[in-house]
Design a protein around this ligand. Structure first.
Ligand SMILES: C[S@@+](CC[C@H](N)C(=O)[O-])C[C@H]1O[C@@H](n2cnc3c(N)ncnc32)[C@H](O)[C@@H]1O
Length: 283
């Protein structure tokens, strides 16, 4: 094992792989360019441990050797991106958004779209699927009848989390804390103790890989967008461009839900606030 000392400082313990400041700076640059994620110096430890796993798996001996393949080998570049994303999520995270859907946005959209009988929802950082499945539960719960065409697009940059999301199977600890009323209605517990999403909610969701910084293939406009706990990793300029593009992709008066530590203040004026992290498109 290479016992090289990393560039973390004199007090740092010996490291398995050498990561110099130049390596870290390069990682920061690539991560920003490809994902929008800003990695500050205090993320060094996190970056080290996440990428060390990949370096070990690739049977390489340094960050420099590993970084030489990033950008050249598409599979490993994908793994690099997957390793740097933070995928924390849960069913009904920030539950007030789901309550708002049932009480306000869905009843209003049901009236507004009564002519077209079409509803489009986008979860743009779907992670392992708990968020889009929670949305799908609310869509089902609201009870659009068969004459309605209701679709939920769930996207994420990270291909690994999307694989989990598509499977729709969760351990007991992933559903702990979820209201049993929703859990027992929309998930089924298998003999192995795992919970799987029922067909009625699965059928509403399409999972697709999409980097929100790149070109979007979607043609139509959305009535509801969940863009939660993703822009916290982006700088303000990236947030400005993203929310402008999101507004362009939303119908008039459409609803936007953002994460608890995110804000549109000094980012965009195209939305107006309707309570805690709930917005409506105004222009
Ligand atoms: C912390 S999770 C949030 C999940 C969910 N929205 C929630 O609030 O529970 C952030 C997600 O954003 C995704 N992400 C990061 N950068 C992205 C990008 N440029 N395009 C699309 N997704 C991205 C990550 O892969 C990760 O799954």
């Amino acid at each position: 094992m290479n016992q090289a000392v990393s560039a973390f400082g004199a007090e740092a313990s010996p490291r398995e792989f050498l990561m110099t400041q130049a390596d870290f700076d390069r990682i920061v640059r690539i991560a920003h360019e490809t994902t929008g994620i800003v990695l500050s110096d205090h993320k060094k430890e996190m970056v080290y441990s996440r990428l060390a796993r990949r370096i070990r798996r690739c049977r390489m001996s340094s960050f420099a050797e590993y970084l030489a393949v990033i950008g050249k080998d598409p599979d490993e570049t994908n793994e690099f991106v997957n390793a740097l994303t933070t995928n924390l999520t849960s069913f009904f995270r920030e539950n007030h958004h789901f309550e708002h859907m049932l009480a306000t946005s869905l009843p209003e959209l049901a009236k507004r779209n009564a002519g077209t009988r079409k509803l489009r929802v986008w979860s743009c950082a779907a992670s392992t699927g708990e968020e889009p499945y929670s949305i799908a539960m609310m869509l089902k719960e609201f009870g659009f009848d068969r004459s309605w065409d209701v679709k939920l697009l769930a996207t994420d940059l990270d291909s690994a989390v999307l694989d989990t999301a598509r499977k729709g199977i969760y351990n007991e600890d992933r559903v702990r804390g979820m209201d049993p009323k929703w859990r027992d209605k929309y998930l089924t517990r298998g003999a192995d103790g795992q919970w799987s999403a029922n067909a009625d909610i699965r059928s509403l969701v399409s999972f697709k890989r999409l980097n929100v910084l790149e070109k979007w293939p979607m043609k139509g406009q959305f009535d509801i967008v969940f863009c939660r706990n993703i822009v916290i990793y982006f700088d303000k300029d990236t947030q400005r461009v993203l929310f402008d593009r999101i507004a362009n992709q939303m119908a008039k008066d459409a609803w936007l839900y953002i994460g608890h530590s995110e804000t549109l203040h000094r980012v965009t004026e195209r939305f107006e606030g309707h309570g805690q992290t709930v917005y409506r498109k105004i222009k």
